[in-house]
Ligand binder design. Sequence first.
Ligand code: CA
Length: 237
Amino acid sequence: MPGPAKILIVEDDAHIRRLLRATMQRAGHEVAEAADARAALSLLDIEKPDVVLLDLGLPDRDGLELIGPVRQRSTATIIVVSARDDSAEKVAALDLGADDYLTKPFDTDELLARIRAALRHQHASTAGEEPSIIDVGDLHIDLARRRIERDGGEVHLTPKEYAVLAELARRPDRVLSHAHLLKTVWGPAHEARVEYLRIAVRGLRQKLETDPSMPRLIVNELAVGYRLSLRGPSNTP
Ligand code: CA
């Protein structure tokens, strides 16, 4: 498992910055801080962060404009933390290369869980050990054998259902945009066919969720995409 990480907090609000710093330090992470885009870019090369927590409302530049340059110069995971609850903006952030998105006010436990997920993924990619088995609640996903079991019994998925689940399972606890899932599973020509994706997700939920009308495994990110939640299909919220 990955150890503590270096987190670069990019946030102009001193109060939120302090809160984020305290939260990260309590979790054992090292912290660097920037109050604007200019400072963020200069700290990027000096601090070499593993994770960048990026506020979009910065005084000198729109945080969205930072995603490209950060992505070019660093392999850090970018988690956008923004006050704006605007789905078009979330999609834009993901398309520009952000890895995840949280809306303020956010739950610090949720933020730490997202950071852990990001670090697990980074660690696995660097070590060339993408996890091929994912266990969530009573669900067992074996990507190497293309086999899904629930309560020990095999679940039969259509090829598209399987492909969607596999893509989500490769990056658990992280939001994948509709366009990303459509491109990966159906191909670039079908990037806008959100209805294809809805049908596959409905099928998956029927087969995998304890209560398909209250999904806990394949979670909606409204108008943005889907996330496979490692908290599982049958746990309490
Ligand atoms: Ca701000």
